[in-house]
Design a protein around this ligand. Structure first.
Ligand SMILES: *Cc1c(COP(=O)(O)O)cnc(C)c1O
Length: 459
């Protein structure tokens, strides 16, 4: 195996090299992401309006477009130390397999029980809830990684955790549910009879298997109607990107230590939190005009918010009770085709990343799921890690870029985010192995139905 002198397979940081502050990309953006709007008045949501739903400190972080570095409280740093720093891996084996001159690195976030990067924000959100003296938090989960991460964080801090889990996942992934219950969370399949919005959705769509948007509506209703509870969200929001900046900051420190400079940085994009976190310090340099990088967001062709969505104000949830966010969106009524197995199924995208994409700082590509699983399998067989289908979107494009280098002979340095492991996604892998996985690309008419439901906002 060719190994570059002085560059090990795995680059670990020392504990004292871990970041002490999160980095807030918005501070360096000339055009700030558009504010959340009150759906009733269409005016920007104020601190007081948001604090009914979210914890106070998290609202401050959500609204803070100017502070570049926000200190990570010591207790959160202690928790991070249980599973961080995460390794930055040089994919020597994959490079050899592909016979590419490209140098491929990935930051692996799957080294914790929740199996993904989501724990980085879960512990921060639970910490601020605890600081505020709350009893507990509510949330939604789709594939289950966020619910698991939040359950772990709440168990650690002694907070109650109520998870609304998209019904189809609840039924298909009973083991995910049991992991959450092991950490003390209560898990309710959504839509459910336990909320007004759930009952309404069930009456209108009997037999529905649910969606993230429905589960969000239910979790928000429970948080706002129970004393001592707030709602927390695992992606999309500015505060979540802020917490996830720990991924990029560690990566940058590790790369700087070895004099490595990435040319291309790739991440999968569901709501945008891992990608926003991974790219943050690099994007900061680009925004400040210090350096240039190519950033590529990878999304499923069956849920193509960046590549085929509209940049508009939209609801984050199906029940239309959440604030409006300006983002690339397919419409809050959009539900990906049931054959879509690979996660990343949220209809919208982080407003920070949406603004950066709109302003030309980032590229996006959509990939089909069978090609994603091919890449996942190829990667697993040489690098050993069984990737989450979400993460495999980034692997697909990293491989494609490495193969382009093989044609041109360019020795580019490619960095991608390997967000998690796929042990709970074996039903999807099984479909792929049995040749039963198909690709579905929504037609323009399918997408138009989602766009027709966009709220009319002149901003
Ligand atoms: C949730 C999740 C994602 C997508 O969420 P983002 O907010 O877009 O990062 C990607 N990979 C894994 C493993 C996840 O659990």
């Amino acid at each position: 195996m060719k190994q570059e002198k002085n560059i090990p397979y795995k680059i670990y940081l020392e504990e004292d090299e871990m970041p002490k502050s999160w980095y807030n990309m918005r501070a360096d953006m000339k055009t700030k992401p558009a504010p959340l709007l009150n759906p009733g008045t269409l005016q920007p949501m104020t601190f007081d309006e948001l604090r009914g739903v979210f914890c106070d400190e998290l609202v401050r972080q959500e609204l803070d477009d100017t502070t570049a570095y926000i200190e990570i409280p010591a207790e959160i740093r202690d928790f991070y130390r249980m599973y961080r720093p995460s390794p930055l891996v040089r994919a020597y084996c994959l490079e050899e397999k592909l016979q590419t001159p490209a140098k491929i690195y990935y930051k692996f976030e799957g080294n914790n029980t929740s199996g993904s990067h989501k724990l980085n924000s879960a512990i921060a959100q639970a910490y601020y809830a605890k600081q505020q003296g709350l009893k507990g938090v509510t949330t939604e989960t789709g594939a289950g990684q966020w619910g698991t991460a939040l359950s772990m964080a709440c168990a650690y801090l002694g907070l109650d955790c109520k998870v609304y889990m998209v019904k189809v996942s609840y039924e298909q992934k009973p083991f995910r549910r049991e992991v959450m219950r092991t950490y003390g969370a209560s898990v309710t399949p959504s839509p459910s009879e336990t909320t007004n919005v759930g009952r309404k959705i069930l009456a209108e769509h009997p037999g529905t298997t649910g969606s993230l948007g429905c589960a969000i509506s239910e979790a928000v209703e429970v948080a706002t109607s129970n004393e001592g509870y707030r709602y927390v969200l695992g992606s999309v929001l500015n505060q979540v990107l802020l917490h996830q900046s720990v991924i990029g900051l560690e990566t940058k420190t590790a790369m700087d230590k070895y004099g490595i400079e990435p040319d291309i940085i790739i991440g999968c994009a569901g709501g945008g939190s891992n990608l926003g976190g991974l790219i943050s310090p690099f994007m900061g340099q680009k925004l400040r005009g210090e350096k240039d990088y190519r950033f590529i967001a990878v999304e499923p062709a069956s849920c193509p918010s960046f590549t085929r969505g509209k940049f508009a104000y939209d609801f984050c949830d199906t029940g239309m009770i959440c604030p409006l966010a300006k983002m690339y969106t397919l419409g809050s009524g959009f539900i990906p085709s049931p054959n879509h197995a690979g996660g990343l199924r949220f209809h919208g995208m982080s407003s920070t990343l949406s603004q950066l994409y709109h302003d030309g700082y980032m590229e996006a590509v959509a990939v089909e799921q069978t090609s994603v699983f091919e890449a996942a399998e190829q990667f697993a067989r040489v690098e050993g890690i069984l990737p989450a289908p979400e993460s495999a979107h980034a692997i697909r494009v990293a491989i494609d870029e490495a193969l382009k280098c093989k044609e041109t002979g360019e020795e580019k340095t490619i960095l991608f985010g390997l967000t998690g492991t796929g042990y709970f996604d074996m039903v999807a892998y099984e479909k792929f192995h049995d040749g039963e996985m198909t690709d579905y690309i929504p037609t323009d008419e399918d997408l138009q139905k989602g766009f027709d439901g966009l709220p009319k906002v002149d901003k």
